[in-house]
Design a binder for this molecule. Sequence first.
Ligand SMILES: *Cc1c(COP(=O)(O)O)cnc(C)c1O
Length: 491
Amino acid sequence: MIRKVRSHVSQNESLLFELSAPGKVAYQLPELDVPPVDAAAALGAANVRDEVAGFPEVSEVEAIRHFTRLSTHNYAIDYGMYPLGSCTMKYNPRINEAVARTEGLAWAHPYQPEALSQGAMDVLAKVEDALVEITGMDAVTLQPAAGAHGELTGLLLIRAALEAQGNPRQTVLIPDSAHGTNPATVTTAGYVVRNIASNDRGMVDLAALERDVDENVAALMVTNPNTLGVFEGNITRICEILHARGAMVYMDGANMNALTGITRPGDFGVDVMHLNLHKTFSTPHGGGGPGAGPVAVKKRLEPFLPLPRLRRAAEAWTWDYDRPQSIGRVRAFYGNFGVLVRALAYIMAHGGEGLRRATLDAILNANYIRKKLEPYYDLPHKAPVMHECVFSDDRQSARGVRTGDIAKRLIDYGFHPYTVSFPLIVHGALMIEPTETESKQEIDLFVDALISIAKEVEEDPELVKAAPHNTRVSRIDEVTAARKPILRWRP
Ligand SMILES: *Cc1c(COP(=O)(O)O)cnc(C)c1O
């Protein structure tokens, strides 16, 4: 008989503090071969202490194993498909990492003199040029550190431009299919949100829009394709309606993975937009790590872009601070440089044709999943989608199983869950975005898992409601974990 043994492979990892034993160290120093210095005399007694209270004492192998085991508690794109809708969790090609670690780029310091930074500045200029070409806009700022930060920058640009004309106006229109950061951005930028309803095809209702745009409207903020994965087929007309009444169009371009190489927002009338380099251009994201949300604008908004701007003068790059209409800095220094380097490596490795093919594959993958799962899950919007598809849990909730339960069960099958309960306009949403980096084999495994779960819901709903069963911990109290996190270890 095999007794249950304590296995360090599946058990929950202790805190490093709990592994601590007095006197253990992870280093060995050579004998001192110079005269000792009295630290208290050199630094002042107040700045010297004999020990750090509560500091964990472990050996080298314990420290290494602790962090290696912890690294296996996480799901990552390098393990398998990560179909988190809206987040574009695509694989980050290793060439990006190799380029970002080029010595001269990785060690460049933002306070380095311009004369010694020409290469880094050239990289920034190339990123700007590539994004201008991809978006069809006229100018780009690389400063914003994330998508939502780009949104705020963009709305401040609109405010500055309208103010320069004499009236910043008061409201910003947002379709109910927009990303959740959009209304938050509008409020932060000092505007009032006015929602506009989608029609039954999941698009902006033109008649409602015509009615709602008045002289108080500063802009329409439109996510395109929207959170249903639907492209706004009337986008050119939408832009015309706004422009005719002196308002502007902000496009949330975080979903550019569905458009890159096929169509350009600048060509269909958008005035200002952001890109999520950490989505579309593959640089790794999640866990609050660095991102980049460059903002692209049309000519009339360029004078208001954040300081400083790259300028070519006398055969060299220089930073231009002399821009009286600028909204000022939105971030220290020049943006998240390492992220920008990765994005440029990705863009250059693909080339124009490669970027276009990636987009087509992303759309194909999403529609393949939509068709394969349609017999098993309710699909509220039936039209072909772009880069993601959204089901509802209507059929499963009739048996008491909700989208969150299905997502937890998916973990048992070895996949990261899809996005749960978003967008809000689909009740009990399952939002799935495969991206182009998944092979047909991987997608088929994922589809099989969801079909199998749909059958489990019919046969044994309690099994699904209690999932996950194969993980180190099952259901945790997510509310308490978020509201009352324990951030300090106490023995
Ligand atoms: C991800 C996303 C954002 C926010 O981007 P962050 O980098 O997380 O701030 C905004 N809009 C859409 C449509 C998104 O998918």
